[in-house]
Design a protein around this ligand. Structure first.
Ligand code: ADP
Ligand code: MG
Length: 321
């Protein structure tokens, strides 16, 4: 890159969506106005080349999309609407300006879908791999806390959409077998479930919620631990899409439980509120699947497989193992 300041100009948005933005890119820091009746949500996630993605399976555009999507998904999991984002990028030699612009375009297109404004960031060079760290700010109606610790015995476990698609897509990309569009897209352009999160928060019900970044097994275990309850997932209720039909059933189950990066939401709600919640989703053409039930502790997750009940641990990807 020839000139950092010229480059920042090229990625500075020409318009913004959020009326609460006072100053975006260009000053020492961004300035935003709080909104009455809302709580602020803040989160950050970092993607490192070779750890979180490979250029073999992800284009610069996909990398940008995913770096923002993982954060928007965390906002969705709190029942909030994303509003602003900041990007810190460490650029190795060898990345062209065009490729960097593609990373920002991947973020900008997703941001446009949800009317999120880019309001700042930081740019450094590095001898190491490409690192993209995105910070997202969002807002949720005051006191709507969709926390992992909210699950109670007797609740229904729900899922906002099918899982395992991203892992199946990665498998296809690595094996360079047939290309199944829906699976490949699920891996390269995952869609955070903001609308589902807003419906859940809007219901006003007591809801435990988590987004699925590390796999259904891992995220369900986090709810079980935080709430000290037992989640029983029913294998037969896990949504099976037609794109899975050409794979072995056990392979698909592995992807569903441990694949991750689908960014669907998993949660629990009382049996009494389940039916009206599902109706609400139906009215908004938004799927909602019942995949299990909540029992008294010990804190763990079990899979009902035919007549058997099998414990399912966190497994999934853990950076310190
Ligand atoms: P400062 O020295 O005040 O940190 P910078 O030169 O780092 O200023 O940044 C100038 C402006 O450009 C700031 O508003 C900053 O938020 C924004 N900015 C810098 N790098 C990026 C980036 N990679 N993406 C988005 N905005 C950026
Ligand atoms: Mg700076």
């Amino acid at each position: 890159m020839k000139d950092e300041f010229e480059w920042i100009k090229t990625i500075t948005p020409k318009k913004h969506h959020q009326p609460t933005l006072i100053e975006g890119i260009g000053d020492d820091a961004a300035l935003v106005r709080p909104e009455a009746g809302y709580d602020d949500i803040l989160c950050v996630d970092t993607m490192v080349e070779s750890v979180h993605f490979s250029r073999k399976t992800m284009s610069p555009y996909h990398i940008g999309h995913k770096a923002l999507a993982v954060n928007v998904s965390d906002i969705a999991a709190m029942g909030g609407a994303p509003k602003f984002y900041l990007v810190s990028i460490a650029i190795p030699k060898g990345w062209t300006e065009e490729e960097l612009r593609d990373i920002y375009q991947g973020m900008a297109d997703l941001a446009e879908d949800f009317q999120i404004d880019l309001i700042g960031g930081d740019t450094v060079s590095t001898e190491g791999p490409l690192v993209v760290s995105v910070t997202v700010h969002g807002r949720v109606q005051q006191d709507r806390k969709l926390l992992r610790k909210n699950a109670r015995s007797g609740d229904v476990v729900f899922l906002t959409g099918p899982v395992g698609l991203s892992a199946a897509g990665l498998h296809l990309l690595l094996k360079e077998e047939v290309s199944i569009k829906r699976l490949i897209e699920a891996h390269q352009l995952p869609q955070p479930q903001v609308n589902a999160g807003l419906l859940l928060a809007g219901s006003g019900y007591r809801i435990a919620l988590n987004d699925i970044s590390d796999g259904l097994a891992s995220e369900a275990n986090e709810i079980a631990e935080a709430s000290n309850v037992q989640l029983i997932l029913d294998e037969e209720c896990l949504p099976f899409i037609e794109e899975f039909a050409s794979f072995q059933k056990e392979q698909v189950l592995e992807w569903m439980l441990y694949g991750g990066e689908d960014f669907q939401l998993v949660g629990t709600v009382s049996e009494a509120d389940w039916h009206s919640l599902r109706k609400r989703f139906g009215e908004h053409n938004q799927p909602l699947y019942k995949i299990g039930t909540v029992n008294e502790g010990p804190a763990r997750v079990m899979l009902k497989k035919g007549e058997e009940l099998l414990p399912i641990g966190k497994k999934g990807y853990n950076h310190f193992r």
